[in-house]
Write a protein that binds this ligand. Structure first.
Ligand SMILES: Nc1ncnc2c1ncn2[C@@H]1O[C@H](COP(=O)(O)OP(=O)(O)OP(=O)(O)O)[C@@H](O)[C@H]1O
Ligand SMILES: [Mg+2]
Length: 377
């Protein structure tokens, strides 16, 4: 596989890594690093001891932004090891990033890849757009909600309409925390959210039992993966429990329910802004081709609910049609895999010699042209 580019979909929750041209990542790694590893970088002896005593693991990223760079390098190294990539200098890397990240973020990412992972060439692309490439469509609106970031990305004829992209900092991790609050409020649970065991249980309940409410409620038989869940104290949560549909409701009213920016609007409003932010001539094509991507769009009822909400916000002549990509958690990887296989795209990678000559900021001028200006409405 020497010379084959690697694709790294660097998500707030997990990193998906594999070779260009493959349909699925080879390795999916939780984007966390253990406190023992973190302790090597702790500022004091006391901090080191405290970290080593706890089994806590730290998130490498927070809402699409890396907060633990040494952790990111370790996660990437571990993923390479598992893939048996013994010599990263043989593999150009295509890495994803959320739109509207701080400029410096991309530069530090590039520096780490060249300096510490010793890769020969790098390209960084926005994750949301890639999901549409994975569906083989050229025009459509991607609504991507992962672990830390919600984004809506309109593409026309394969190009991102940059001025109409929306991003907000909320995702599945916030929903898990909200589910913990709902259990506390409604059933009296007092477990600390920082407790990793409890957190894992909450995440399991969320993924297996929560759904979104729709005008035509999904039947309990076909939709939930699981009908009941036994909590640590023996209490049983069943499918009828109201809080199970309240949790994902926060995707439509994040400012009200999640610990995020109070002004944050729901994914349906972000989607409507993206459609209406594009030229009148393409609004119908975009609304008619909305695709959901990212793990937090996996809730039963999601396509229908987003379609209902979006339709309310669009002119009646602009019909919304919403579907979900086949593998929401891997769609960005799959799009990246397609992109990195294109010889023309490979020519856009920033090389090590360019890095050595011009420094990491040169990546800004190498940004791959997924966008082209489109007239405003
Ligand atoms: N069946 C499911 N129902 C609801 N949520 C789910 C389901 N499966 C996974 N998730 C959630 O999806 C999130 C992970 O999705 P994804 O891998 O797309 O995010 P990411 O790429 O790590 O993060 P981001 O792109 O936001 O930086 C987690 O919060 C996880 O709990
Ligand atoms: Mg992601």
């Amino acid at each position: 596989m020497d010379g084959t580019p690697l694709v790294l979909d660097n998500g707030s929750g997990s990193v998906k890594v594999g070779y260009a041209g493959e349909v699925e990542p080879k390795v999916v790694y939780s984007n966390m690093y253990t406190a023992v590893r973190a302790s090597r970088h702790a500022p004091s002896k006391a901090a080191t001891e405290a970290l080593e005593k706890s089994n806590a693991r730290l998130h490498v990223m927070d809402h699409g932004v890396v907060t633990q760079w040494e952790g990111l390098v370790e996660v990437f190294e571990a993923a390479f090891d598992e893939m048996k990539v013994h010599d990263p200098s043989q593999h150009p890397c295509l890495v994803t990033e959320a739109p509207f990240n701080p400029t410096v973020h991309r530069e530090v990412l590039v520096e780490k890849l060249f300096e510490e992972l010793r890769v020969p060439a790098v390209q960084v692309v926005h994750s949301g757009a890639l999901a549409l490439y994975a569906t083989n469509r050229r025009t459509g609106l991607v609504i991507e909600v992962g672990d830390g970031v919600a984004q809506t990305v309109p593409l026309f004829d394969s190009y991102v309409v940059a001025n109409a992209v929306q991003r907000r900092d909320f995702g599945g991790r916030d929903l898990t925390a909200y589910l913990g609050e709902l259990l506390q409020r409604e059933l009296g649970y007092k477990e600390a959210l920082a407790d990793e065991v409890w957190w894992t249980q909450l995440q399991t309940v969320k993924e297996r039992m929560c759904r979104v409410a729709t005008q035509h409620a999904p039947s309990s038989r076909q939709d939930p993966v699981q009908q009941e869940y036994k909590l640590p104290d023996g209490k049983v949560l069943d499918w009828e429990q109201g809080l199970l549909s309240q949790c994902a409701e926060a995707l439509f009213q994040p400012g009200q329910h999640l610990k995020v920016d109070e002004e944050a609007v729901g994914i349906h409003k972000m989607a409507a802004s993206s459609v209406l932010g594009c030229g009148l001539d393409i609004q119908k094509s975009l609304a008619n081709s909305v695709v959901l991507s990212g793990g937090s769009t996996l809730f039963p009822g999601m396509c229908q609910r987003v379609q209902e909400e979006l339709q309310r916000l669009l002119p009646s002549a602009v019909k919304a049609k919403v579907t979900r990509v086949a593998q929401p958690m891997y769609a960005a990887f799959m799009g990246g895999s397609i992109l990195a296989s294109m010889p023309d795209l490979r020519k856009t990678f920033m090389t090590r010699s360019e890095y050595l000559e011009y420094g990491a900021s040169f990546i800004q001028s190498k940004s791959v042209s997924l966008t082209k200006p489109h007239p405003m409405p």
